[in-house]
Design a protein around this ligand. Sequence first.
Ligand SMILES: C[S@@+](CC[C@H](N)C(=O)[O-])C[C@H]1O[C@@H](n2cnc3c(N)ncnc32)[C@H](O)[C@@H]1O
Length: 359
Amino acid sequence: MERCLYAPGLGYYSAGRLKFGQHGDFVTAPELGSLFARCVARALAPALKACGEDATWFELGGGSGAFARDCLLALQTLDALPKHYWLLEPSADLRQRQRECLQHELPADVFARCAWLDRPPQHAWSGVLFANEVLDALPVTRFTLRDGEVFEEHVGLTGNGAFVRQDRPTDPLVAGAVRNLQRRLGFDFEDGYRSEVLPQLPWWLEAIAGEQQSGAALFVDYGYVRREFYLPERRDGTLLCHYRHRAHADPFVLPGLQDITASVDFTALAEAGVGAGFELVSYAFQSEFLIASGLDAEFAAAYDATDNEATRYGLAQQVKRLTLPGEMGERFQCMLLARGLDTGSEFAPMVAIDRSERL
Ligand SMILES: C[S@@+](CC[C@H](N)C(=O)[O-])C[C@H]1O[C@@H](n2cnc3c(N)ncnc32)[C@H](O)[C@@H]1O
């Protein structure tokens, strides 16, 4: 998965093909229009303001740059522009696209706040950490159980050069992660059960957010709470590939040309967040999160700002895609973490919709 997505020049995220939007492979919430970014900006502006004049917005995996553009424009109207807007983007091609998008579409004084990082910040900072559909792109480990032993899925070659899945006994880290999962779930996986695990998640989060002194972290992605992720009947995990708006489960098709993802275990994310010293503020469906962040007001403002019926229809479609349960509304979930902030007052609407008891 790592090589298919990130091999320099060849990986899905490293090579130059168009990925997002109607002509790409999938559509993300920021690519639908500006409503998503405007709501996220409204939700997190109080946290940014509470962090003072030097506050930073730190976006992981900025895609085409659409989110950064719409979020910065919204923050400007909310009088909450951060001093810096950092983007951490492993793909050189996407970095270039982000730079072009932001340079052309933002006022010069706003663009001047944008900077691209080569690695997570190594010095203290405060503000907002944000990632939409990034956790699902982290390379996962696939495991299976045989006679109670944990095996890890590898990729081999057949005699005629085709890829083939191979299960091999795993190392103690993965075996320990799977045993830990079973302990926490309260049952053992059946023989032949296959799924994914992300044992490196706590270290990854620590590396990304270790220097964040105060502020918020918002992760938006598709996924499940742990007991739903590891349902006994979900016997082949959640690995999914996307190519030109088709989804299937064969990672050996068009390596480097198709996206490969896995759902997020939000219980594991909450544990990693709390382990890294964050407070869990809220866990909610994307629909609830956006509505609590003023989706109706943002929709009404955008609707009233035009008398073009096609634009108005497009806005209504955007709301549907973002909120309907069968679209992104419930498949996508939002986890808000905070550190060193008064979460009761800064995030009252988010606390009100919190469903973290489901974790
Ligand atoms: C599915 S795209 C989502 C893009 C954008 N956030 C959006 O919602 O349109 C995944 C993004 O995460 C980036 N990415 C993948 N792994 C990453 C990592 N370890 N750290 C930061 N960004 C990463 C990809 O290059 C890409 O920009």
